[in-house]
Every structure is written in C-alpha cells, then in structure tokens.
Write a protein that binds this ligand. Structure first.
Ligand code: 5GP
Ligand code: ZN
Length: 111
C-alpha cells in the first residue's frame, strides 16, 4: 500500500527497532513510547480496520494474540500488559494499518 508508514517499515524501507518477525506479523518499538515497554504488533497484510476482518484475517488475529501471549515474558511483560487497538478518529488512530499497541513494563493507569 503506497504511503503507508507501516507497510514501509514492513518492507524495510523505513528503519524500526524490530523485536519479532515471522511470515505474517512484525513487532517493533513504538517511536513515541508512552510506557516503559511500548510495542506495536502489525500484521504484514495491509488493512486498516477490524470492520475489514474476514475469515482468514480473523484466524490471523487469533494467532497473533496467542503469539503475543507466548512472547510476553521475553518482551519484559511477565508482570502483565495491556493491548490497545485504536479504531478511527475518536480513538485517535493515526496510522490506518491495523496494529495492536502492547503496553507494559510498569503498572499502567486507567482513565
Ligand atoms: P495509532 O495512534 O494509529 O493507534 O498509533 C500509531 C502509533 O505509531 C503511534 O503510537 C506512533 O508513535 C507510532 N508511529 C508512527 N510512526 C512511526 C514510525 O515511523 N516508527 C515507529 N516505530 N512508530 C511509529
Ligand atoms: Zn500498510
């Protein structure tokens, strides 16, 4: 997808601090972290919204959540973590390529 910053990161055209990659997802450090650990888990396939899920993407998302759980201890998230998926303007979604924020490494507040 042209002009998608996460597609460019996935393609290696923009550098990122990757902590995990396989055939279908990549996990890298958020450039403006809001917690001690702030990672972005991004499917390699470009789509923007959960409303675009189909059968294959639903299965991908399930595998992705399991992968995050499996990787959590190695990512410094052994004491717990929070997943955030911003969708649309009211949520402040700035990158229109589906991504899961992974937050942790410290106690997280709630608002
Ligand atoms: P959103 O607001 O769309 O849910 O989250 C987008 C996230 O992507 C933000 O937390 C922002 O800091 C991060 N981000 C935007 N551009 C880049 C970039 O070029 N590299 C990295 N690593 N993160 C980025
Ligand atoms: Zn993209």
């Amino acid at each position: 997808m042209e002009n998608c910053i996460f597609c460019k990161i996935i393609a290696g055209e923009i550098p990122s601090a990757k902590v995990y990659e396989d055939g279908e997802i990549v996990i890298f450090k958020d450039i403006e972290p809001i917690a001690k650990v702030h990672l972005l888990c991004v499917p390699k396939e470009h789509f923007a919204y959960l409303s675009e899920l189909d059968g294959a993407r639903e299965a991908l998302l399930g595998r992705t959540l399991k992968k995050i759980a499996d990787l959590a201890p190695a990512l410094g998230l052994e004491d717990g973590y929070r997943l955030v998926v911003n969708q649309g303007d009211n949520a402040g979604q700035t990158v229109r390529h589906l991504h899961i924020h992974i937050l942790g490494g410290q106690p997280l507040g709630w608002q």
